[in-house]
Design a protein around this ligand. Structure first.
Ligand code: MN
Length: 129
């Protein structure tokens, strides 16, 4: 069974690219375009993994991570930041906020799916061939 991935991203071009790549590899994908909608989607969809932008309307990515980690039903879902922030201090801030890892923008289409799969259990991951 393929993994279900929730993407929380307000940039249309990045969102479309991530949805396209993940669907092409057989993942089931849900998306939300602001932090509040993302939390709601996580509660409804119970995804296997969440990809989350940092700069988001309503709640930012840090608040999304904080709220997810407060909810016993959601706190074990891996959450990966996808962010243009690449300075050393941001890396620590992202990991301290509860993210399991992060990818920096721009998204690299040839690497993205295997980068994400590294955070999934082996039986739910796909590897690029
Ligand atoms: Mn954004």
């Amino acid at each position: 069974m393929s993994a279900h991935i929730l993407i929380i991203e307000d940039n249309q071009a990045n969102l479309e690219l991530m949805v396209y790549l993940l669907k092409a590899f057989g993942f089931q994908v849900t998306f939300a375009e602001n932090g509040q909608a993302g939390i709601n989607s996580a509660q409804t969809a119970k995804p296997d993994l969440i990809i989350c932008d940092i700069q988001l309307p309503v709640f930012d990515g840090y608040e999304v991570a904080r709220q997810l980690k407060l909810q016993p039903a959601l706190r074990d879902i891996p959450i990966i930041a996808v962010t243009a922030f690449a300075m050393a201090g941001d890396r620590q801030k992202i990991l301290t906020a509860g993210f399991n890892g992060y990818l920096t923008k721009p998204i690299e289409p040839e690497l993205f799916v295997s980068q994400i799969s590294a955070f999934l259990p082996a039986n739910k991951a796909v590897t690029a061939t």
